[in-house]
Design a protein around this ligand. Structure first.
Ligand SMILES: C[S@@+](CC[C@H](N)C(=O)[O-])C[C@H]1O[C@@H](n2cnc3c(N)ncnc32)[C@H](O)[C@@H]1O
Length: 198
């Protein structure tokens, strides 16, 4: 069947369908990638399970929430940890009664602030980042939450900081030996050794 024998209407219809399909495909792809971004950083509106988790398990400090909202205004907000992930990690830190923590990659400091809020008064989180531009966004929030004295910010490549903080972390490992299993100590020591030999 040659092109000439196809009716004009059929041809126009096919072309229209093709255009609609392509536009739908491209638009749908863009929308779904936007949705996957909003999953961890927005209110989880498009995901009922996440919505449930956010509605029923989140206990976000008001200053943390303000920092999250401020960070969402930044064009690189995709880098921010999701609030539910951060809460989970901080719950684990509380379980082992962490006093000294290490944050590698601070960005605007959402996770750093969350950890600092969970530490006792004499606790410290060594926060490593190379960017003052990003960390300066978080600093006023750390101050407002009253925990800036617990955040030891080091602006330099994390590997450099790790070299000077290893002894600090090993002190913590000694404490873990008393309160936790030898297995935990061995795993953490191995992790530290591999980090420090990079
Ligand atoms: C994914 S973001 C961290 C997110 C952050 N933990 C939060 O709570 O939202 C990664 C960060 O790592 C930092 N970074 C990149 N290279 C680094 C390096 N060599 N040493 C330390 N930080 C680095 C970047 O500047 C960026 O702020």
């Amino acid at each position: 069947m040659s092109l000439r024998t196809v009716s004009r209407e059929a041809l126009v219809g096919s072309i229209t369908l093709g255009v609609v399909f392509i536009v739908g495909y491209v638009f749908g792809k863009k929308k779904s990638s936007r949705m996957s971004l909003s999953k961890s950083h927005g209110e989880g509106k498009e995901n009922p399970l996440l919505q449930y988790v956010l509605n029923h398990s989140m206990r976000e400090h008001p200053v943390l929430k303000n920092l999250r909202l401020r960070t969402l205004e930044d064009s690189w907000s995709i880098m921010m940890v999701s609030c539910e992930q951060s809460q989970f990690m901080v719950n684990l830190a509380k379980l082992i009664k962490t006093k000294k923590a290490l944050e590698i990659g601070v960005y605007t400091g959402y996770n750093t602030l969350n950890i600092a809020l969970s530490l006792p008064d004499d606790g410290v989180v060594v926060a490593c980042d190379v960017s003052e531009e990003y960390t300066n966004i978080g600093k006023p929030f750390w101050k407002e939450a009253g925990v800036e004295q617990k955040i030891d910010l080091r602006i330099q490549p994390a590997l450099k900081t790790l070299g000077t903080t290893t002894s600090l972390l090993l002190t913590r490992l000694e404490h873990l030996t008393l309160s936790s299993s030898m297995q935990t100590k061995l795993t953490m020591t191995a992790t530290l050794k591999s980090l420090c030999s990079c």
